[in-house]
Design a binder for this molecule. Structure first.
Ligand code: LMR
Length: 402
């Protein structure tokens, strides 16, 4: 007799970001504009293959490496170089050996390992995330067993971060909580916290036994490679114990290679060694060991002073292109008689437009301009050809508000 073990299942909704991106791919309309997923596109509307990545791949191909397993914790040279990139070469915590870094399957993989570590091994049961945040943060934390709630991050009327409400909300947390924060280029709002606010967050973390998890998916896209790591470096300099996730997806253009890292800043070298054994045990269960190719590319680039310098220039160039497109969109909107007031202030790949889900749907269905239904658009998807039509579409939708 045939079995029907799955008959009671109902389909899950599409992912709010990946699903829209897929919808874009199958849209047959000419002139469609993809501002949905957080991917850097060049002026030609393509994901660029960075020259340094091409050079690294050439060198790797010449070495004709076999495809063995990496250690559970990842490629040693990648872990070391990326730790230096995130914390700074002269970070005292790094020099003391107090930071454990494991290579992960992208930034998402790092968050998953971090969530399991905090929940299963440190006993944290409650987590808070900014309102708004990247939707997958909530899903990952819930999947690890956390009870998740939000702290205020954004003042919609002012179109800016809401530091006073944020600090008050974190101060009011009673039991030790996992506090997820965006290290830079906040996704989706594009509004970051000042150093002064980060110091106040540091005071809260110090006093109440909370554990911070700083997610840094966009290092280099807000203000600069070192500037974007300031919050992480500041918490480390204060001697706090915390977690940070980093990703090489965006700043190396290695999206599909799934290369990222989880860093745990500990109180001592011995503690860091213990944490490493635990993180390894989690990774082994989840996916055994990370993938190799992307990590080798990043290590080849960062390990070569000349390539590393060229890479820094390439990241600066990507950031400047996004800034130029932001200015271009702002100017084009004004020409259309419209405005997104916070646009010029926002940093990183995104603009949080303030458009409603219905307005985003109209943009998509009527004008073939694809953004995320929370009102986020990816500025890095704009170019000199599509910025005019995109601005026209946004302006039309805004004018309908009456
Ligand atoms: C995004 O926010 O669009 C990116 O981080 C891609 C993703 O995985 O959602």
């Amino acid at each position: 007799m045939a079995q029907h073990l799955f008959h009671a299942l109902t389909p899950m909704p599409d992912d709010p970001i990946m699903g829209i991106n897929q919808m874009f791919q199958t849209d047959p309309r000419e002139g469609k504009v993809n501002l949905s997923i957080g991917v850097f596109l060049n002026e030609a509307g393509k994901i660029p293959l960075l020259e340094v990545v091409e050079e690294a791949e050439k060198r790797l191909a010449e070495r004709r490496l076999a495809h063995g397993y990496l250690p559970i914790e990842g490629l040693a040279v990648y872990r070391d170089l990326v730790q230096g990139l995130v914390f700074g070469e002269s970070s005292p915590a790094r020099l003391d050996g107090r930071i454990t870094t494991v290579q992960t399957l992208g930034g998402t993989g790092a968050l998953r390992i971090a969530a399991r570590f905090a929940h299963d091994f440190l006993g944290f049961k409650r987590a808070v995330v900014p309102d708004p945040t990247w939707g997958n943060h909530i899903a990952i934390l819930k999947a690890a067993g956390f009870e998740v709630s939000a702290y205020p991050y954004y003042d919609r009327a002012a179109g800016d971060a809401a530091p006073e409400a944020l600090v008050a909300s974190l101060e009011a947390l009673e039991e030790p909580t996992l506090i997820l924060m965006h290290a830079c280029a906040h996704n989706p709002t594009g509004c970051d916290l000042t150093c002064e606010v980060w110091e106040r967050v540091g005071d809260i973390l110090e006093g109440k036994g909370h554990l911070a998890l700083l997610d840094m998916a966009y290092q280099g896209f807000a203000r600069g490679i070192d500037e974007d790591a300031e919050a992480i470096r500041m918490l480390a300099a204060r001697g706090l114990n915390f977690l940070a996730s980093s990703s090489s997806s965006k700043n190396f253009g290695l999206y599909g290679e799934r290369v990222g890292a989880l860093h745990a800043v500990c109180a001592s070298k011995q503690e860091a060694e213990t944490v490493l054994t635990i993180l390894k045990s989690i990774v082994r269960c989840e996916y055994s060991c990370p993938a190799e190719h992307g990590a080798r590319i990043v290590a080849e680039v960062l390990g070569d002073p000349e390539l590393s310098q060229q890479w820094r220039q390439a990241v600066d160039k990507m950031r400047r292109r996004v800034e130029a497109m932001r200015a271009e969109l702002s100017a084009a909107l004004k020409r259309e008689g419209a405005e997104i007031p916070a646009l010029d202030r926002q940093k990183g790949m995104f603009s949080f437009t303030g458009l409603t889900a219905d307005e985003m749907k109209t943009l998509r269905e009527e004008f073939a301009v694809y953004g995320v239904s929370n009102g986020r658009i990816c500025i890095a998807g704009l170019n000199l050809r599509n910025v005019g039509p995109a601005a026209h579409a946004i302006a039309e939708v805004l004018k309908r508000r009456g």
